[in-house]
Design a protein around this ligand. Structure first.
Ligand code: G6P
Length: 372
């Protein structure tokens, strides 16, 4: 009913709007203002955490994209090798996991069959499994050694939004905490990022307040046949997520690529007027990849693409090459997906309704896939 949707036309719109609150709830009680985290919920002693020699993240769909972001963050802050794998692939390929492996299973519903089977497999090999889950008491957290709930509140729309943002936050908490306990050369950075986490809800709010031009753009592009997404580093999973949302909701051909791969194939898809959404890393001085993406934008634009550029506030280098510029607030490099994903959610949602589809009930998809 309209009441359940708080006056929004779709649950998805309501859930997109709830993201600042959801992110704040994930952080609640876990982040000290001394720059230290307390995560007793991980239920592993500091000694056990120091014994971990590898992290493996397993998940499906949008949760897998959160896992991809986790890999960049966890390897950097902890200096532990971190793999991320689709749960459906993991358990059928004889993966190397043992007692020293920390397996992180990410699932909004906590009921996804492939993720559940992957964690069962990992526990049989002796690995310790930490669930990152949004649903209290679901099967995945019940069968895991420990659980970090995202506390995003119930997510009804099939396309995951607030669960995704909070899954990334939970992954950051794990990575920062492991880094804090194990002590790495990034100690100062870890403390400063922990402090920056609390600014994220307000930053997501700023993005939400500036979405009208994005909605207008989506309506203007409603008859496009294909949309491409480019990103690098943590912007790469954001590009994949933007494309997945568009497929799921607008039934449009959409693909995300790592921008560094442009010349190895994707550039062949660039033709006159094809919309390309580029997720730009933090500006020069903070990300060495910034210049490289700016050249990618120039390259695709020279071939006729219509460039839609998602870039941080104050990034002037992208201005000459952006047909449409979407601004997000400045963020620590690894946290940027929390803000840069939001315009892509809004874009997909608006595109789907402009094309006349029910955003909350996309065809052929289920909120939770409890079969193989
Ligand atoms: C389905 C949903 C997706 C979700 C995926 C994983 O495909 O439509 O939105 O990302 O399952 O679900 P989970 O509950 O495990 O996060």
């Amino acid at each position: 009913s309209a009441a359940e949707k708080d006056g929004y036309d779709y649950f998805m719109l309501k859930e997109i709007a709830e993201q600042p609150k959801a992110v704040a709830n994930t952080l609640l009680g876990r982040v000290g203002n001394d720059g230290l985290l307390s995560l007793d919920e991980m239920r592993l002693s500091d000694d056990e955490l120091r014994e971990v020699d590898k992290v493996v993240v397993v998940a499906c769909g949008t949760a897998y994209h959160a896992g991809m972001v986790a890999k960049y963050a966890i390897e950097h802050w902890t200096r532990l090798p971190c793999e991320v794998e689709l749960a459906s692939e993991f358990r059928y390929r004889d993966p190397v996991v043992d007692r020293q492996t920390l397996v992180i299973a990410i699932s909004q519903s906590g009921e996804t069959m492939d993720t559940l089977m992957a964690l069962r497999y990992a526990r049989e090999q002796g690995a310790r499994v930490l669930a990152i889950c949004n649903t209290n008491g679901a099967t995945i957290p019940r069968e895991s050694d420990a659980v970090l709930y995202t506390h995003a509140g119930p997510e009804v729309a099939v396309a995951s939004t607030k669960a995704f943002l909070t899954q990334m936050i939970a992954c950051f908490l794990v990575g920062l905490y492991l880094g804090q306990v194990r002590g790495t050369k990034w100690g100062d950075e870890i403390r400063s990022v922990v402090r920056d986490l609390s600014d994220l809800p307000a930053k997501v709010d700023v993005v939400l307040e500036t979405m009208e031009p994005v909605r207008e753009l989506a309506r203007n592009l409603a008859s496009a046949t294909s949309v491409l997404f480019l990103g690098r580093h943590v912007g790469y999973p954001v590009a994949l997520e933007g494309a997945l949302k568009l497929k799921e909701l607008a039934y449009m051909h959409a693909e995300g690529f790592a921008a560094g791969e442009l010349k190895h194939g994707p550039i062949a898809l660039v033709e006159e007027n094809v919309p390309i959404i580029v997720v730009v890393p933090s500006p020069k001085g903070r990300s060495v990849l910034h210049d490289k993406i700016v050249s990618n934008i120039q390259e695709v634009r020279a071939r006729g693409a219509r460039t839609i550029v998602v870039a941080e506030e104050g990034d002037e280098d992208v201005v000459p090459y952006a047909d449409h510029l979407i601004r997000v607030p400045e963020c620590p490099v690894l946290l940027q997906p929390v803000v840069s994903t939001v315009p892509l959610q809004v874009f997909a949602c608006e595109m789907a309704s402009a094309r006349g589809f029910d955003v909350d009930q996309p065809r052929n998809l289920a909120k939770s896939v409890t079969v193989e």
